[in-house]
Write a protein that binds this ligand. Structure first.
Ligand SMILES: Cc1cc2nc3c(=O)[nH]c(=O)nc-3n(C[C@H](O)[C@H](O)[C@H](O)COP(=O)(O)OP(=O)(O)OC[C@H]3O[C@@H](n4cnc5c(N)ncnc54)[C@H](O)[C@@H]3O)c2cc1C
Length: 439
């Protein structure tokens, strides 16, 4: 059940040395490689499977500032700026379109929540605005459900997950990056405590910095280095339709469904307001780190115990670098979608927008989303291992955030003035007594 993703050929030659190695070819890794290569830094990106094969090709494709954790607003604004120019920067189609995003409200309580968020956004002059019921009807005339109002941001957009990471990877290559696919990084070597090389399944590459952008795998990678990275995984399930003429252009989120128009004329559809999460050994190991998140998200979570408990129990947490690592055993994480949630999404959407009742489903899939305890990414150096950087834990909104996050990581690696204040994203916040919580 893999969604299609534009293919990217691997470079053949494995360099003996590269200034920076990027681990992972999702949107975070390819964006980092692009902004490093653009500065003339020699960079090699290693992806164990396919570019964009995991979360970055499986997401809804929303690119938004609206509704973000206030700590993330400055970087999401920068990300949007980068998306607007991305096709020109990389010389290829990422599918980015500035089509607007709407959050529909069932109750006045929802509206009050959005009002409070608008106060956070005000200093940044985001064009987000509250709409009354009549304005919602004018914006979305095909809706049949009465809405109390909506939060609408015309300058938010959408991009095409099947195209974006591959296009950016090719762009990075044009600026001089080496792109290796089917090439897992097993771990790092250090000299006098500093990163000195990445050990890959295709050989050792000497380097002075490694950026870990491994998505759902980053915690495992860190564990082998003795670095604790608190992240759990939740399941996101999606379906896409065949092309449908005449539907809404903007992406729409309601309490119990969400949709986004695709470049091929179809729609990507999912159940909002409910997320499946497997109970796995890490759920116990990280229980206390995630208590604040559980309090906030309890109502949305559908916990289950299934096969993944055993599968994850069997994955080694330590391995030698001269033997195949767990990353080589699973080239592309491809979980089963939650059929019941997709059926609910289809039902709720067809009732609210009868336009969709004749839709023909073309494909469905799922992705495992890596989430940190405060649902804010880590974009940071790891002080205990000089030369080691983490860009991970993008917590379900990293597709839109990816270009900004990659740009910030390139700043941190090269010591350039950072595009935004990186303090929010520091790795050490989990251990310095801050006890960060989700917004
Ligand atoms: C169903 C769903 C809906 C979503 N909707 C949205 C949305 O609308 N908007 C939004 O902004 N975000 C959304 N997200 C979240 C978004 O997709 C992710 O936050 C983002 O794609 C994460 O990018 P990444 O590069 O960190 O990780 P990934 O895309 O998962 O990439 C990590 C890559 O690292 C590779 N890797 C791991 N370990 C190694 C190793 N040791 N060696 C080599 N390679 C390795 C993996 O193979 C993988 O390809 C959604 C996610 C899902 C699943």
């Amino acid at each position: 059940m893999r969604p299609s993703v534009d293919p990217v050929q691997s470079d053949v030659e494995v360099p003996a040395r590269s200034d920076v190695i990027v681990v992972g070819g999702g949107i975070a890794g390819v964006s980092t490689a692009l902004f490093l290569a653009q500065r003339g830094i020699s960079v090699t990106l290693c992806e164990k499977g396919r570019i964009g094969g995991e979360q970055s090709s499986r997401n809804w494709g929303w690119v938004r500032t609206m509704g973000r954790d206030p700590r993330e607003i400055p970087l999401s604004i920068e990300s949007l700026r980068l998306w607007r120019n991305m096709n020109a920067i990389v010389g290829a189609e990422t599918g980015y379109r500035e089509a607007g995003i709407v959050y529909l409200c069932d109750t006045h309580r929802d509206i009050e929540k959005h009002k409070a968020w608008l106060e956070h956004a005000r200093p940044y002059q985001v064009d987000a605005q509250l709409l009354g019921p009549e304005e919602v009807d004018r914006l979305l005339p095909s809706s049949a459900r009465p809405w109390a109002g909506a939060l609408y941001t015309p300058s938010d957009g959408r991009a095409e997950p099947a195209k974006a990471a591959p296009a950016i990877a090719e762009g990075a290559r044009r600026f001089g990056a080496t792109i290796l696919t089917g090439c897992a990084v097993r771990g790092l070597e250090t000299q006098a405590g500093r990163v000195s090389a990445a050990v890959t399944e295709k050989g050792r590459i000497a380097c002075s910095a490694v950026v870990l952008a491994g998505g759902a795998w980053s915690r495992l990678f860190c564990g082998n280095l003795g670095v604790k990275f608190p992240a759990l995984k939740v399941l996101g399930s999606v379906m896409r339709t065949q092309p449908l003429e005449g539907g809404p252009e903007c992406a729409v989120g309601a309490s119990d469904f969400g949709f986004r128009k695709r470049l091929d004329g179809g729609y990507t559809i999912a159940r909002r307001g409910a997320t499946e999460a497997d109970i796995v050994p890490d759920s116990f190991r990280l229980f206390f780190d995630f208590v604040p998140a559980l309090r906030v998200q309890w109502k949305e979570l559908r916990l289950r115990v299934g096969r993944r408990f055993l599968t994850e129990w069997q994955v080694p947490r330590k391995w030698p670098l001269d033997e195949p690592s767990p990353f080589e055993k699973v080239r592309v994480l491809d979980p089963e979608p939650a059929g019941s949630l997709l059926e609910e999404a289809r039902r709720n959407l067809s009732r609210a927008f009868p336009f969709f009742s004749n839709m023909v489903e073309a494909e469905r899939w799922a992705g495992l989303i890596d989430v940190t305890p405060d649902a804010v990414p880590v974009i940071s150096a790891v002080d205990a291992v000089p030369g080691f950087f983490i860009l991970s834990g993008l917590s379900g909104h990293g597709f839109g955030f990816g270009p900004g996050a990659g740009r910030l990581m390139a700043d941190l690696v090269t010591g350039a003035p950072p595009i935004v204040d990186p303090t929010t994203f520091r790795y050490s916040r989990f251990f310095d007594g801050t006890r960060p919580k989700p917004y």
